[in-house]
Design a protein around this ligand. Structure first.
Ligand code: SF4
Length: 248
């Protein structure tokens, strides 16, 4: 367990893709928590990603961008302890962290109103919690929440319109869940896939859009594959099953 700390701001605003979104009029705040079993090291009672594959854990974006810096990793571990310390994956976060998040979301809404921007939030920047159960989406109907997930049941609920209207989900290829990816694509959802060197126009008959142009997944058309290029450690591990090479 890490030393307890009370972070004032749980959301991060700057990464290469959110800057692209700002140019389109959208400001995105992202909650970066420790992924998979690192969440346990940080103080949680369970993995943050029960549907992760060994391959995606090895190449997780936790190590990309500012995540390469040790002080950033430590700050994210502390945030994880603050939010999910002593909790299981599907339990509500610590109530104090929820209050902090509410303050952060209110401040994002106010700043966006002032700057005439659309507020967006990803609560699973590098985790896969059932964040739609945290009660925040209903409280902030003007914020567009969006995430990537490997939780097939959550994705099915989203496809069946059972999740809040201001929550958008994109399913993620793990290296081992292609059958689930096809089901999602056939029923109107989108699937994010990492491609080794270039993003193809089509993959297995499905249209592929360039997901690196921005991170605003809720603007994507339906029934498409969202193609992403490798980032962080993934750039040096192109032979992983998590990364598709068949199109090269
Ligand atoms: S499920 Fe996503 S956040 Fe979790 S380890 Fe895999 S890539 Fe990282």
């Amino acid at each position: 367990m890490l030393v307890k700390e009370r972070p004032i701001n749980l959301l991060g605003y700057i990464n290469k893709k959110t800057i692209k979104g700002e140019k389109l009029g959208y400001r995105t705040g992202i909650l970066y928590l420790a992924p998979a079993e690192l969440a346990i090291q940080a103080g949680s009672n369970a993995t943050a990603c029960p549907f992760a594959s060994d391959e995606c854990k090895a190449l997780c974006l936790f190590t990309a961008g500012f995540g390469v810096y040790n002080r950033i990793k430590v700050a994210r571990m502390r945030k994880t302890d603050y939010v999910m310390g002593g909790r299981l994956w599907n339990e509500m976060p610590n109530s104090e962290a929820i209050e902090t998040l509410k303050k952060n979301l209110k401040s994002l809404t106010n700043r966006c109103k002032k700057d005439k921007m659309m507020p967006c939030v990803r609560l699973n920047g590098t985790s896969d919690y059932p964040v739609h159960t945290w009660g925040l989406m209903k409280l902030f109907p003007n914020i567009m929440f969006y995430d990537y997930t490997k939780d097939f049941n959550r994705m099915a609920d989203w496809i069946n319109h059972l999740l809040p209207l201001n929550y958008h989900l994109t399913f993620s290829f793990s290296g081992h869940n292609w059958l689930q990816c096809e089901l999602v694509l056939r029923h109107g959802g989108n699937v994010a896939i990492v491609f080794a060197k270039k993003i193809p126009k089509k993959y297995k008959g499905y249209t592929v859009v360039d997901g690196d142009k921005s991170d605003l997944r809720f603007l994507d058309r339906k029934n498409v594959i969202v193609g992403l290029l490798p980032k962080g450690k993934a750039k040096r591990n192109l032979d992983s099953k998590f990364i598709i090479k068949e199109h090269l």
